[in-house]
Ligand binder design. Sequence first.
Ligand code: EPZ
Length: 422
Amino acid sequence: MCPVLRIVGGQPLEGELQVNGSKNAALPIIAATLLTDGEVRLKNVPDLVDVRVMLSLCRVSGMEFGYRGGDLIVRTGQIRECPTRPEAGSIRASILLAGPLLARCGHFQAPLPGGCSIGDRGIDFHIQALRMMGAQVAIGSDMIRVRTGGLHGAQVELPFPSVGATENIMMAATLAEGRTRILNAAREPEIVDLATFLNRMGAAVEGAGTSHIQIKGVEELKGAGHEVMPDRIEMGTLMAAGAITRGRLTLKRCPLNTDGEFFDKMAEMGIELSRRGSEIAVACEEHRPADIRTGPYPGFATDLQPIMAPLLSLADGESTIVEGVFDNRFNYVSELRKMGFRAEGDGRRQTIRGPTRLQGCNVVAPDIRGGASLIVAALGAEGVTNMASCQKVFRGYERIDQRLRSVGADIELMGEDDDLEG
Ligand code: EPZ
């Protein structure tokens, strides 16, 4: 039986929740551990489907891993030069193995990366940069093969500040000969977290968090310890869940200094956030319309726009969401419409009309964040929502059903499935 997430809406969420480690920081950091034969100890790694897939891909390359006191312990003593497993096709982050594997053993071969269907997700920036650094790349209809006799530094100007390409180049450059410069680099907090980890291993990365990153290649990297940053997208999702139910949630272990435009928009939408260190209390008396435009950091995170849409539909008036990163990130709109959501537009822009009383019904999660959007909508809706394909949401949110239940949500996972596609 396929699993279904059953949510009865209308229960105010009250209490405390802890924000977990970031998926999008943990995935490149796990890939980066392949750069050393030393032992790496990682704290705060979320237990997610995508993380498990990444670990199983790394194991094929020779990584051994286990857990000690909740920390992930990783060592890749002897790297194995062999093709990555077919699961590489199920997650986008599999392309992040290219940089570390090329740097460590000069070879990377894998199925073309998959991931959420949120638009055209090319890997041309990655390929172009690796070529500039001395790699030979061959792409078939479903495979990519990359080889190098030795990487060297290069000056790479990205056409768009791609998160994954910035991470891949940074990792490849750590052991390359000479200096690499990344211009128009992505500035996301997850890039800073990866650079911090690389430097802890002995790399020489400067400028992470700005558009100009410099990496001086070193002879070798050593083992290190690192705590993965908290997940800012999970934080935003839990805030939206609290706000749509007009509950009172307190979120612990929120990331610091990673807000970008997000907090200003939340205030505009009537969501009151009071911050004390890494703890944030969330309250909402009135939903207000807003105009959101997503963009590379410090712009409003594209991963959070689907999650804000149900909140905007409750507000009295017209709101707009303009998507500035992907060309098909409104695939959740057709599912929300089944619940009464009113919006018009195209793949880049949607105009949302409110106020709407959302009604529970049967929906299907289109991807991680689209599924999270439907959960938020269902928590604020009247009646029962049954969400199919809910495993997609578990790719990015650890035990989300149990955690929301612990703060008063009427939510239950029915049935089982082991489908990893998304
Ligand atoms: C990362 O994806 C995240 N994934 C995404 O999170 C996030 O939405 C995205 O960054 C933007 O913030 C991980 O970190 C694992 P990009 P990534 O390269 O690196 C185009 C989630 O829900 N592009 O910054 O794949 C691309 O098509 C996920 O957690 C090229 O054209 O994103 C897109 O329009 C989904 N060619 C734009 O750049 C390339 O070679 C930004 O993509 C690379 C990217």
